[in-house]
Write a protein that binds this ligand. Structure first.
Ligand code: NI
Ligand code: MN
Length: 227
């Protein structure tokens, strides 16, 4: 399968099905892709913050794809005219052969920038299987001990983890996450989009590869890797 980093926490995974995750392109200073070019059968959205919900509605409409998220955010997307499927933490569902399970994430999920914010349920992460590979996208989260459980219950081939600090785990906590998840490959995300999130992903790669059995691949926004 082909994995394209859309920048920030966004990915497009193209195998037997196309899965977009947190496609934030419009207004993303790091993004290289045009949202009009993104086609996805499933659009997984981790929470209601603008840097994750992003271009979800447009991409869902133009692709006739389905938004998958926690129930509150799924209802929000339905009201904006997108097909959506609501789930909740700990629940799984099989979408045309792809099993997706929602995992916890320690974060917020208020939509908008005017008070009162519209609250769109709890944030989440995703574990899913595509073409024989198990992929975990943590969403925005701090480090939590139940990642050990996620790593024990799933043989994770690829984990996308934030390293940007301030709003999420920083690199030191992300290293601890990798130790618990034991994923084959790690792609760092949610860094260097803005100066506040400045991190050195190659330093993270060195730390992870010298302290765990996992590999780290750093990909620039707009670039892809075969997996
Ligand atoms: Ni967020
Ligand atoms: Mn974020």
């Amino acid at each position: 399968m082909k994995i394209t980093f859309l920048g920030h926490a966004g990915f497009l995974i193209e195998g037997s099905k196309k899965i977009a995750i947190d496609p934030f392109l419009t207004g993303n200073p790091a993004a290289k892709n045009n949202p009009k070019d993104i086609k996805a059968d499933l659009i997984l959205v981790s929470h209601g913050h603008g840097d994750h919900l992003g271009d979800t509605i447009e991409i869902a409409k133009q692709s006739k794809g389905t938004v998958v998220s926690v129930n509150e955010l799924a209802i929000f997307c339905s009201n904006k005219g997108a097909n959506s499927h609501g789930m909740h933490i700990g629940g799984s569902h099989v979408f045309d052969g792809i099993k997706i399970k929602l995992t916890p994430a320690w974060h917020g999920s208020g939509f908008g920038d005017e008070c009162p914010l519209e609250y769109l349920g709890t944030p989440c992460g995703f574990v899913f299987n595509l073409d024989g590979k198990t992929i975990y996208h943590s969403g925005d989260t701090g480090l939590f001990g139940d990642m050990e459980l996620i790593g024990r219950l799933n043989k994770i081939d690829l984990a996308m983890l934030p390293i940007g600090d301030n709003y999420t785990m920083g690199p030191e906590d992300a290293l601890e996450a990798v130790k618990m998840l034991k994923s084959g490959l790690v792609i760092p995300m949610h860094y260097n989009t803005w100066p506040l999130l400045k991190q050195d992903p190659l330093k993270f790669k060195t730390e992870v590869e010298s302290n765990t059995g996992s590999k780290v691949t750093v990909i620039a926004p707009g670039e892809s890797l075969e997996f």
